[in-house]
Design a protein. Structure first.
Length: 289
């Protein structure tokens, strides 16, 4: 009996350790949540001149879903981190764009609103992960990011925005073959992504006393660029059974739809999306004889 109890205790230890590690990862991703702008870079052991730092931002959601944006376009990614390693490690899996399906391996340090990351090129082996932040005689690149205040974790979402927080994935109803739609909401920032050629970055408000509940999204950045910056898109939404239904006038009308159903007199663009759950690392159970 003592052997059985002892064995049970030994087998329980890895489970407890995994639970602690998952909690640490969740806390770390929460700390990284927000919109980060590159303010400095280094490659080949030399820092970039200030005017040579590209206009690049990286948006991180609390579930690890991320969006990289530059003047050339944007891509979607998922990051995974291990805050218990020394130095802390980060993997960046490209999920769209020219490097789709490829991973980057890196290390990082987080110092308040400053995030320093040393990354490999996409597609190299995990064994090439940097050991330190020195880029001399390597193909690695160091990014120094600063957290932008707008829509960041320093502005906790209002109570009415809280249910919308996170990453939602789904389709446009009736156009399922058009591919996956991803909506990421952080604070009062909403990012809509269909592909690298069609995305919108907006700020949102929820007018009180509307039925169905309205959502007003003001476009800040977008592709294609001919779409008007500053335009306010008026939509309605509901969350039922963990599904977000979002509808806007399909004819570009600025008026709010009256319902979620399409009629002969009312064209609608309707999206059905489900929240993406944070990824968990799979525990490695101990081998037993």
């Amino acid at each position: 009996m003592k052997r059985i109890i002892g064995l049970g205790f030994v087998l329980a230890i890895p489970v407890a350790l995994f639970a602690d590690n998952a909690n640490d990862v969740s806390k770390e991703l929460k700390a990284l949540e927000g919109k980060w702008k590159a303010v400095a870079m280094e490659a080949g052991g030399k820092p970039f001149p200030k005017e040579g730092v590209p206009d690049f931002t990286f948006i991180v959601a609390a579930d690890g879903k991320s969006i990289g944006q530059s003047s050339q376009g944007e891509y979607q990614a998922t990051i995974t981190v291990d805050p218990k390693k020394g130095p802390k490690t980060i993997d960046n899996l490209h999920e769209s764009g020219a490097q789709k399906g490829k991973k980057q391996y890196g290390i990082y340090k987080l110092e308040g609103d400053k995030w320093t990351v040393c990354m490999t090129r996409p597609g190299v082996a995990e064994g090439d992960r940097p050991k330190d932040f020195d880029t001399k005689d390597t193909a690695n690149v160091v990014f120094v990011f600063e957290l932008l205040k707008e829509g960041s974790k320093h502005q906790p979402p209002a109570a009415e925005l809280q249910p919308l927080q996170g990453t939602w994935e789904g389709v446009m109803v009736g156009q399922e073959s058009g591919g996956k739609i991803t909506i990421t909401i952080t604070g009062n920032s909403l990012h809509f992504h269909r592909d690298t050629n069609f995305w919108f970055e907006t700020t949102i408000t929820l007018p009180a006393g509307t039925d169905p509940q309205q959502l007003h999204a003001t476009i800040k950045r977008c592709a294609p660029p001919e779409s008007p910056i500053g335009k306010v898109v008026v939509a309605i939404f509901k969350i039922e059974d963990e599904t977000l239904t979002l509808a806007a006038g399909g004819d570009g009308s600025e008026g709010a739809p009256k319902s979620f159903e399409t009629t002969e007199n009312q064209g609608l663009t309707r999206y059905e999306l489900r929240k993406v759950q944070p990824q968990k690392q799979n525990p490695q159970p101990p081998k037993t004889r």
